[in-house]
Design a protein around this ligand. Structure first.
Ligand SMILES: NC(=O)c1ccc[n+]([C@@H]2O[C@H](COP(=O)([O-])OP(=O)(O)OC[C@H]3O[C@@H](n4cnc5c(N)ncnc54)[C@H](O)[C@@H]3O)[C@@H](O)[C@H]2O)c1
Length: 444
C-alpha cells in the first residue's frame, strides 16, 4: 500500500515511520524545506525516543521517502494522512489554514480515488470543510474524481509516541463509506492483531472524541491542582489524598498528579478550542473555563512560592517581595520528560516572570536546551549540567520530572547553592529527606 503523510512534525513523522515499519510505502511531506533536507540525511529534527532509528531504517529500506511537494507522490498513493499543525487562532479556535491548504492541493491534483484522512486535532465539522475544499477544486477543474474523507484523531503521547502508535489503546476512525472503512482496516490491522481495538464511528463523533479525551485529562490535572492548593491551606498532604482517591476503581490513579500546570502542544490549545466551539453554538463550557483558569494560575504558583520563601528565609522585603538581583536555577524546560517540546510549558511562563522581576535565570534540561535557546536566546544562562545550573543560586526550581533529576546529591547541592532552597513543581522529592539534608523545601 502507498500512503502520504502531510506534515512531518511529532504526529506526522511518527505516523509515517510506524506505517513504513509494517511494510507500507510512505512519503512524508512537509513545506519546511530544512526539515525535509535533514530527514533525507537521516537527521530527525525533534527528540522522540526510538524515532531516529525507525526513520533511518525504513528510509534505507526504501519504504520511507521525504518530499516538500505532495504532488510528487499523488499518482501512487491510496490514502493521504493530514497531520499538519492546528495552532490556536487569536480567539482560541483552531486555525485550520494548513488543513485546508492541504485539501486544496489534493483537489487541484488528484486523478484517481483517494481517501483523505485528517489526523490533526480539528473541531467538529472540519472533515466536511476538507471535503468541500477538495470538491471545489475538482469542480474548478471540471473533473469527476471519487474520494472519501475520514477522521482518525491521534492519541500518541510525546516521549512514548512510537509505543503508543505501535500498540494503541484504541484507534478511533470516523468514516462515511464502506470503502474508507476497508482501507483504514487494512492499514491498521497490523497494529491491532492482538486485541482488535478499532472504534468506528461517524466523523463528527471521531472529531469530538479527541477533544473530549484531552479535555477530560486536563480537567483531572486542574482538579488535582485545586485540591493540592486547598491541601496546602488546610494542612493535608495531597500525595496521601491522591493515593486515597486513586485507589477507587471508579476514579483510577492516572492523571491525578498535582504540579506546576499542564502545557504542551495539545491540552492548552484543545481546551481553548473546545470552549470556542461551544461558544460558536451558543453554549458555555463552564467546567473547561475553570480548568483553564486554574491551569493559568498554577503556572505562576512556583513564582509566588519563591517570593514567599525568599521573604521568609532570605530577608526579602515582605511588602514588595522584590526578587531583583536573585539568581534562580530551573531544572527542566520541556513541558514533560522525554521530549524537547516547550510549547506552553510552565518553564516559559516562569522564565518570563523571573526575568521581568530582575532575576538571573540559569537553566538546564537534558534535551530541550536548543529549543530554549531558540526562544530565549541569551536572556538566560545555559548550564552544562544540573549541578552547574545550581551553582551559586539563591533557589532551585524543579519543573520537569526527568529521571536524572530524581535522586540528586543533596550534599553537593547544599555546598554549592547560595541558599539551600528547593521548590519542587512536580512533587518528586521527599519532604523529610529534604529537611534532614538541611534544605528549605516547598512543593505543590
Ligand atoms: N504533538 C502531539 O503530541 C500530538 C498528539 C496528538 C495530536 N496532535 C495533533 O496533531 C497535529 C500536528 O501536531 P504536531 O505536534 O505534529 O505539529 P508540528 O507543529 O510538530 O508539525 C506540523 C508540521 O506541519 C507542517 N505543515 C504545515 N503546513 C503544511 C502544509 N501545507 N503542507 C505540508 N506540511 C505542512 C509544518 O511545517 C510542521 O512540520 C495538531 O493538530 C495536533 O493538535 C499532536
Amino acid at each position: 500500500m502507498n500512503i502520504a503523510v502531510v506534515g512531518t512534525g511529532y504526529v506526522g513523522l511518527v505516523t509515517g515511520a510506524c506505517f513504513s515499519e509494517i511494510g507500507v510505502y510512505v512519503t512524508c511531506v512537509d513545506v519546511d524545506e530544512n526539515k525535509i533536507q535533514q530527514l533525507k540525511e537521516g537527521i530527525v529534527p525533534i527528540y522522540e525516543p526510538g524515532l531516529e532509528d525507525l526513520v533511518k531504517k525504513n528510509h534505507q529500506a526504501g519504504r520511507l521517502q521525504f518530499s516538500t511537494d505532495l504532488t510528487d507522490c499523488l499518482e501512487e498513493v491510496d490514502v493521504i494522512f493530514s497531520a499538519v499543525g492546528t495552532p490556536p487562532d487569536e480567539d482560541g479556535s483552531a486555525d485550520l489554514r494548513y488543513v485546508l491548504e492541504v485539501a486544496q492541493t489534493i483537489g487541484k491534483h488528484i486523478n484517481h480515488y483517494i481517501l483523505v484522512v485528517t489526523k490533526s486535532t480539528v473541531p467538529v465539522g472540519t472533515a466536511q470543510k476538507v471535503k468541500a475544499a477538495i470538491q471545489k477544486e475538482l469542480d474548478k477543474r471540471g473533473v469527476i474524481v471519487p474520494f472519501d474523507v475520514a477522521s482518525n484523531p491521534e492519541f500518541l503521547k510525546e516521549g512514548t509516541a512510537i509505543k503508543d502508535f505501535m500498540s494503541p489503546d484504541r484507534v478511533v476512525v470516523g468514516v462515511e463509506s464502506e470503502r474508507a472503512k476497508e482501507l483504514m482496516d487494512r492499514l491498521y490491522k497490523p497494529f491491532t492483531l492482538n486485541h482488535y481495538r478499532m472504534i468506528y464511528t461517524d466523523i463528527p463523533s471521531a472529531e469530538m472524541i479527541k477533544y473530549a479525551a484531552n479535555a477530560m485529562l486536563a480537567t483531572r490535572i486542574s482538579f488535582m491542582n485545586d485540591i493540592a492548593n486547598l491541601c496546602d491551606l488546610v494542612g493535608a498532604d495531597v500525595n496521601s489524598v491522591r493515593n486515597g482517591i486513586g485507589s477507587d476503581t471508579r476514579i483510577g490513579s492516572k492523571f491525578l498528579y498535582p504540579g506546576c500546570g499542564y502545557g504542551g502542544s495539545c491540552f492548552p490549545k484543545d481546551v481553548k478550542a473546545l470552549i470556542k466551539t461551544a461558544s460558536q453554538y451558543g453554549y458555555s463550557m463552564q467546567v473547561l473555563q475553570a480548568v483553564e483558569a486554574v491551569n493559568d494560575k498554577q503556572k505562576t504558583i512556583l513564582f509566588d512560592k519563591l517570593k514567599a520563601t525568599l521573604a521568609c528565609h532570605c530577608g526579602l522585603d515582605p511588602q514588595s517581595h522584590d526578587l531583583l538581583g536573585k539568581t534562580i536555577a530551573l531544572w527542566g524546560l520541556a513541558f514533560k520528560p522525554d521530549t524537547d517540546d516547550m510549547r506552553e510549558a510552565p518553564s516559559v511562563v516562569l522564565i518570563d516572570l523571573l526575568l521581568n522581576a530582575g532575576c538571573t535565570v540559569k537553566v538546564y534540561d537534558p534535551v530541550a536546551m536548543d529549543e530554549c535557546k531558540r526562544r530565549f536566546e541569551d536572556k538566560v544562562i545555559y548550564a552544562q549540567d544540573m549541578y552547574d545550573a545550581a551553582l551559586d543560586v539563591d533557589a532551585l526550581l524543579l519543573l520537569t520530572e526527568w529521571k536524572e533529576f530524581r535522586l540528586p546529591s543533596w550534599k553537593v547541592l547544599k555546598k554549592t547553592m547560595n541558599h539551600p532552597i528547593v521548590l519542587d513543581g512536580r512533587n518528586i522529592y521527599d519532604k523529610k529527606e529534604m529537611k534532614e539534608n538541611g534544605f528549605i523545601y516547598e512543593c505543590i
